[in-house]
Design a protein around this ligand. Structure first.
Ligand SMILES: [Fe+2]
Ligand SMILES: [Fe+2]
Length: 195
């Protein structure tokens, strides 16, 4: 039902008799959009409230998906090459982060499909579409630094997406807020390990 609430239109009505020259607002649902929701069943969960924003939201989600997949690859590389170095605990945490980024990627792909889009897993364009960079550092502290930079980029990206989407798609916004809080935890941990 949340998507229907998004279609609520704010009507500005003038009350000529009592408040000449002033206006007040009424919160009313868009009944024509409710009727339209009863049709186009092949669109599944996508109702008219998504309107012109659906394509843009799918594009934003696909760029976030590319970012998460690059983060999985970077953390995996760091996990396997950091094993045997001074801090096995950090190497283990790299693997935990890799798995959490993979879970983020899955949730983004699932939402893209719910919106009627196609999740883009193409390896050819992955690094070009990702906001964050891959990294093949050999030194443990360089790895921590590269991951912290990537997490900060992810935090900035998700924050901007959340602001852009606003109340246009509350389900996607909640998903992004959820992922953002994980990225903030990742960045906090990495900042603690940086020497
Ligand atoms: Fe992530
Ligand atoms: Fe992260």
């Amino acid at each position: 039902m949340n998507s229907f609430v998004n279609t609520a239109i704010v009507k500005t009505l003038k009350n000529d008799s009592e408040n000449a020259g002033s206006s007040h607002q009424r919160l009313e649902l868009d009944v024509s959009a409710l009727d339209a929701a009863k049709r186009s069943l092949d669109e599944g969960a996508v109702t008219p409230s998504y309107g012109p924003w659906r394509e843009d939201i799918i594009k934003l989600l696909n760029d976030a998906l590319a970012t998460e997949l690059v983060c999985v690859l970077r953390y995996k590389r760091h996990h396997f090459t950091a094993v045997g170095q001074a801090s096995p605990k950090i190497a283990e945490e790299f693997l935990i982060h890799a798995n959490e980024e993979a879970a983020h990627a899955d949730r983004l792909a699932e939402r893209i499909v719910q919106l009627g889009g196609e999740p883009d897993f193409s390896p050819d364009s992955l690094s070009r579409r990702s906001h964050a960079d891959y990294d093949a550092s050999a030194d443990l502290n360089d790895m921590v630094r590269a991951n912290l930079i990537a997490e900060r980029v992810a935090i900035e990206g998700y924050s901007q997406m959340i602001a852009l989407i606003g109340d246009k798609d509350s389900t996607t916004r909640r998903l992004l807020e959820d992922i953002l809080s994980d990225e903030q935890e990742h960045a906090d941990e990495l900042a603690d390990w940086l020497v």
